[in-house]
Design a protein around this ligand. Structure first.
Ligand SMILES: [Ca+2]
Length: 483
């Protein structure tokens, strides 16, 4: 038992993890026993949505509590070396990062892996704020690229695949792909980040600990050890629920070429296998974290929060990855355990936005909620999961072909999307969980549509561009740590 009364925080973020996991029950045959284990000891927010369906805007929104509709950061922006988001949006210039806020109130805050945006294949391109942590695993401005080895791959030409694989312009053209890794599992990737986190829990010290762990899989490339592929024999892999012509009554996401390449080359099942294998790999790392927590002095006095930065498509609506506003893209796993407070093992369909995490953690830890936060504390739903939540979940994104942001809201049953070009979609998730039928013009739901449309913010901040004069802009100080 630790000597202080403030709870520790174990803050876990998983990259590109959608609702296929067993507690969210959207893919048959998925093997995620440790997510089930976490669900039993937390409240499972089954209707939680990201603030934006892309890594960078989603993560900045969680870590500052500022929604993209207030910051104008709706999309990924590359070429940063440090917290360039402070210059991308004037609203964020002085925003207090979640981990810093805990430090300011007597916590030791440490982080490892991908918390702010970075990628395996963009070394040094990171939006992390090194000043927001007491310590960070490895190089805070290159937190994951050195950890992930690539397997030896047959060229697409030799494998008989057509040219034009998505992301083919990058140095290693098979980032959008699945392949087993043969190196010892303990020597790379999320395993190393988890090892580091386990060490932090063994000796948490004399201050309460805010421990942030960022796991990179199941982000592409779907490269994990063979044993995780073996869980999903290729001929047993099921494709996601999908319907030909599904896009006829929907907004075009503009990424159909990805799906065409996958289906032309008969890679759909193989990629699904890689995604499922990567989910089970990350589930294993979650299990290691929970084991370590239970064996540590922090066992009974630690808040656990686990979230993913957005959902993911494996061919649903002819889409791959994210960058859309359907439930498959915006819905995320969100589990919160608060010692002695949360009604563990229960689920709630009350809508949550990931910007609710910041104020929730403040309330659970007795910290003031900074003015910058736009979300709402989920304390009422943690205490009694059926408690109605007035604020709907809000997700925003700006499509490349449009000049204004698109917005989506979710209540416990319906979702309404208004795109930048004015097009509207309305779905009844109770009767149509895969959003096959757009009911925006159905007179029977006219009142529902008006109610949800009213929940959209009347004014949103226009999209921001890359501030090339920022000291954190990488082309100015390539390879050097900016201050
Ligand atoms: Ca992501």
């Amino acid at each position: 038992m630790q000597a202080f009364s403030s709870p520790n925080v174990l803050f876990i973020v998983v990259d590109d993890l959608n609702d296929y996991i067993s507690p969210l029950d959207n893919h048959p045959g998925i093997k995620t026993p440790h997510f089930d284990r976490l669900a039993k000891r937390s409240v499972n927010f089954t209707n939680a949505h990201c603030a934006a369906p892309a890594c960078h805007p989603s993560r900045v929104a969680v870590m500052t509590g500022v929604h993209p509709v207030q910051s104008g950061i709706y999309r990924n922006m590359f070429g940063a070396h440090g917290p360039r988001w402070r210059d991308e949006s004037p609203v964020l210039k002085k925003a207090v990062v979640l981990s810093q806020h805990f430090r300011d109130h007597g916590y030791r805050a440490v982080g490892g892996g991908k918390i702010f945006h970075t990628l395996q294949w963009t070394p040094g391109d990171s939006q992390n704020d090194p000043d927001a942590w007491d310590a960070y695993r490895g190089d805070p401005l290159d937190p994951i690229s050195a950890d992930w080895l690539r397997p030896k791959l047959l060229s697409d030409e030799k494998a008989g695949l057509t040219k034009g694989r998505p992301l083919g312009g990058h140095a290693n053209s098979q980032l959008f792909g699945a392949a087993p890794l043969s190196d010892p599992e303990e020597s790379y990737g999320d395993h190393l980040v988890t090892d580091w986190a386990i060490e932090q829990m063994k000796q948490p010290g004399d201050k309460p600990l805010f421990l942030a762990v960022g796991l990179f899989r199941p982000h592409i490339p779907w490269e994990v050890p063979q044993r995780w592929f073996d869980l999903y024999p290729l001929d047993e892999v099921k494709l996601p629920e999908h319907r030909p012509g599904d896009l006829k009554d929907a907004h075009s996401h503009g990424r159909q070429s990805w799906h065409k390449w996958v289906t032309d080359n008969k890679q759909w099942q193989k990629f699904m296998q890689g995604y499922l294998a990567s989910i089970s790999y990350v589930d294993h790392q979650l299990g290691r974290l929970l084991d370590a927590l239970d064996a540590s002095p922090m066992k009974d006095n630690t808040i656990i929060v686990l979230w993913s930065d957005h959902g993911f498509h494996i061919g649903e609506k002819e889409n791959w990855e994210k960058f859309a506003l359907w439930d498959q893209t915006t819905r995320v796993p969100l589990f919160i355990h608060a010692p002695g407070l949360s009604k563990d093992g229960e689920k709630t369909r009350q809508p949550a936005t990931l910007t609710d995490i910041y104020p929730t953690l403040c309330r659970l830890s007795g910290l003031p909620i900074p003015k910058q936060c736009s979300g709402t504390s989920l304390l009422p739903q943690l205490k009694e999961p059926s408690t109605p939540k007035k604020q709907l979940a809000l997700t925003s994104f700006q499509f490349w072909s449009e000049k204004t942001p698109s917005l989506a809201v979710a209540d416990p049953r319906y979702r309404f999307i208004r795109y930048g070009n004015g097009f509207e979609e309305l779905y009844d998730l109770k009767n149509d969980p895969h959003e096959f039928t757009n009911l925006a013009d159905d007179p029977r739901l006219a009142k529902v549509k008006v109610r949800l449309a009213k929940a959209l913010p009347a004014k949103v901040v226009p999209i921001r561009t890359i501030p090339t004069d920022s000291p954190f802009h990488r082309s100015r100080k390539r390879g050097k740590a900016a201050n």
